[in-house]
Design a binder for this molecule. Sequence first.
Ligand code: BTN
Length: 263
Amino acid sequence: MSEEWKFSPEKLREILSSKFIGKKILFFDKVSSTFDKAKEVELSDGLVIFAREQSHGKGRLGRSWESQKGGLYFSIILSAKHFKNNMEFSTIICALSVQKAIGKFVDAYIKWPNDIITKEGKKLCGILTKVNFSGENADFINIGIGINSNNSSFSKALPYASSMKDEAKKEIDENKLMCNVFEFIEKFMEYDAQRILKEFSMCCITVGAYVRAIYSQTGKEITGLCKGVNSDGSLTIESKDFGQITVRSGEVSVRGIYGEEYV
Ligand code: BTN
């Protein structure tokens, strides 16, 4: 691992005060995706798989995730038993935790289901969750998180991406940021669902906004007022044409309808 990487595994371990997340961390210089790496290693509750670069970073709805040096790309492995019958809730908890962690450095909001964005709608972080099965049963949840921390150039295909460094106009202390992420996740895992949903809704710009939900498979669009987030992580939209509709994160992308291109 070359010295220029300011994010240091040793430093992180020194300052980490989480109880179980990050007690074991695997660091890699380059992987195809932390999801691929997770298939090759022994999974355990709280394991974190970090990569400095990903050649085939995966995003939501079959998209790719730009993963050049400078950003943080990691998978947090959590035992499925923490979330019983509601795996989607892990994504809600992680989105809220990462928003709080990033929020210690720059103004940040959640865009449902799990993007962290600036007030202007620039994306700072994306989260993609996959469930790992042992036979028929879910044993681990792999929460893949990409944070644009100290990277600052994005391809033309991503006009709505930004980084924490560009927003804060200074280098981000990624060791501190990661500690905050792990500690917030552990903290919010202890909250009950009602409290999490309340906290999530307060930081989520989608709730209370007029939105357009676009189904990725069919291109069908529904516009309406976003009434709130449900305990299974879905979103309720009140549409003039279709009445009350529930949409799920695997099916739709949601945008604002008043000219905001991304939000
Ligand atoms: C999104 O589309 O917003 C989700 C992006 C998730 C990116 C992270 S980076 C670490 C993990 N490994 C991947 O291949 N993707 C996720």
